[in-house]
Design a protein around this ligand. Sequence first.
Ligand SMILES: Nc1nc2c(c(=O)[nH]1)N[C@H]1C(S)=C(S)[C@@H](COP(=O)(O)O)O[C@H]1N2
Ligand SMILES: [Mo]
Length: 240
Amino acid sequence: MDADQTSAPCLNRRQLLKAGLGVGGSLLLGGCWADGYGEDVANATRPLNERIEAWLQSKGPGPEFPRSQVRPEELLLNSFNGVPALDPASYRLQVAGLVGRPLSLDLAALAALPQQEMIIRHICVEGWAAIVAWGGVRLADVLKLAQASNLGSYVYFDSADGYYESWDIASAMHPQTLLATHMNGEPLPAQNGAPLRLATPIKLGYKLSKWVTAIRVEPTLMASRKGYWEDQGYEWFAGL
Ligand SMILES: Nc1nc2c(c(=O)[nH]1)N[C@H]1C(S)=C(S)[C@@H](COP(=O)(O)O)O[C@H]1N2
Ligand SMILES: [Mo]
């Protein structure tokens, strides 16, 4: 396993166990996978992820809609910390963590990947919903390009406004989970997350990070850093 080349100091396996890391433990691991510890964690979390994957498959695809039902005015803005200004020329999407090939993708590289469009309902937990057409690349395609290790069970997203999220890997790999660069046939507006945001019909709005700058594949869910709203009590899985 040569997935992570970071130089963070590594605890050995016994030290980690002493530190009390269990399934769902909250220890931040800084790139210490060469010692076999990662496989133990992955083996512990894999049954859960396989169940989520099987459950998602049994539900079938999330609902999609005809273009005539798109209602741009019904998509309300929900931004906890303003609209960050991201320069499209210098923008890079970083993909790191348990990946064989860390990536730094500019917008041209993202545009060169297979493009998808889907018309889905965005549902905010605050009680509104809107049918939106999202265009972009499958998150699964980016994770495959990065050679995401099958030791990774969770995917973390950082945003330019300080928002952060974590997802189960099965939902991240779902064919309807997009890194969207377009909305309703136009380039994504700044206020809706330009240049890149998450979109999917399988999760609530607060899972759908706008202004995504970094993606990390990790073996554990950090109990104290699950997501901006989750850390204030909202449900983590937030499935639809
Ligand atoms: N970076 C970031 N992403 C975010 C949010 C946010 O405040 N910051 N709000 C979330 C919530 S609660 C919802 S409902 C949607 C709203 O997306 P919209 O503003 O494009 O309608 O973005 C989600 N993603
Ligand atoms: Mo929301």
